[in-house]
Design a protein around this ligand. Structure first.
Ligand code: ATP
Length: 357
């Protein structure tokens, strides 16, 4: 069915720069109207992916498709794509209105309206109604970034590409702007690919997230899936705070909440809930993660004795660092702990990320 054709797809895309392979056979698809985020550490290939979509780069191998059709050879200005980069780069010698109108240099405004009308509609959309005559230098960083977004959206593109658009802004402004960006995206229903190295931002704004590492994709999923069911050790540690532990399976049985393994971690036996897909057997080496908020000072089915080494007051909660036989564990709680503690967790809250035979 046509509606199931992804709005954007990468099909086995590799991009090399001399000896560097920025992307290693990446395949992914973005649905129509989706807010899709690429998140990963610096240098993992996020910007390269965006540049391939914009048409500023070409794949060394593989195919980029829009609505199922290859865009090989289609120049950036013919791709119906709006792009906003980190350094929003408004023209300082042009007014805000002229900057937005610059987005219409290759096309007429959609819907048969005049340029002035289009500019005014876009400025309204980004919450800067009536700012046409203003000088970009008189705007805050967040406002300038919204003008850059209005400029990118002016021709009515099918696809919006945002590359770290908030990274030059302070934390408070970033949070506010990301809500605005999300609202604008929803209002227009425009397919959007967003790049950030900030995992919290990725979880907060996206319909789906691709975690990118070293030129390949580790996992694609909804923010909830990525957070709750990280597929790899890397995703478990990159997304949010996590305790990642490994040990040998000494028993597989049924616990209070279903199948569970007993895992020997540093001489202590811990319970880890299993999914039927995990296929775990005695003798396997199991890696699992446990969110700090799932460790509790009031016990649980599995308990362990540890010592508090430091605490960080975070406002609503406190993060405690615990020493557990040389292993550091993090715990989030509302009551700051101290000294020797017994912490517990429910095996069902432990999530298996890898099994080695
Ligand atoms: P950041 O978050 O730091 O912007 P990124 O995830 O966007 O990083 P890319 O900019 O896509 O990463 O770069 C991926 C890899 O490709 C890096 O090793 C980078 O040095 C390399 N690379 C990117 N563009 C070029 C280029 N034009 N010439 C040579 N190497 C490049």
């Amino acid at each position: 069915m046509a509606s199931e054709t992804p709005a954007v797809a990468l099909d086995g895309v590799t991009r090399r720069y001399g000896d560097t392979t920025a992307l290693k056979g990446v395949s992914l698809s973005v649905r129509e109207g989706e807010f899709f985020t690429l998140v990963g550490p610096s240098g993992c290939g996020k910007t390269t992916t965006l540049r391939l979509l914009a048409g500023f780069e070409t794949p060394t191998h593989g195919t980029v498709r829009f609505d199922g059709e290859s865009v090989a050879g289609v120049p950036p200005e013919a791709r119906d794509v709006g792009v906003v980069f980190q350094n929003y780069a408004l023209f300082p010698h042009m007014s805000v209105g002229e900057n937005v109108a610059y987005g219409l240099r290759f096309t007429d405004p959609p819907g048969g309206v005049s340029r002035d009308e289009r500019v005014s509609t876009l400025l309204e959309l980004v919450d800067l109604a009536g700012a046409e005559e203003r000088d970009p230098d008189t705007l805050s960083g967040g406002q300038q970034q919204r003008v850059a977004m209005a400029r990118a959206l002016a021709p009515g593109p099918d696809l919006l590409l945002l590359d770290e658009p908030m990274s030059a802004l302070d934390a408070k402004l970033r949070e506010r702007l990301r809500v605005q960006v999300r609202e604008i995206q929803r209002e227009l229903g425009i397919t959007t690919v967003y790049v950030t190295h900030d995992q919290e931002e990725a979880l907060a704004v996206s319909d789906r997230v691709a975690v990118v590492r070293d030129g390949h994709i580790e996992q694609v999923g909804t923010p909830r899936e990525i957070y709750r069911e990280p597929a790899t050790r890397f995703v478990a540690s990159f997304i949010g705070d996590n305790n990642v532990l490994s040990g040998e399976v000494t028993d597989v049985g049924v616990g209070a909440d279903g199948p569970a393994a007993t895992v020997d971690v540093g001489g202590e036996s811990l319970g880890v809930g299993l999914d039927s897909r995990d296929g775990v057997a005695v003798g396997d080496r199991l890696t699992f993660c446990l969110r700090p908020e799932r460790l509790s000072l009031s016990g649980g089915e599995t308990t362990l004795s540890a010592t508090v080494t430091s605490t960080e007051f975070l406002g609503e909660t406190t993060r405690a660092h615990l020493d557990w036989g040389g292993e550091t564990l993090r715990l989030r709680t509302t009551d700051p702990p101290d000294g020797d503690v017994v912490v517990g967790f429910d095996p069902a809250d432990a999530h298996v990320v890898a099994v080695e035979r």
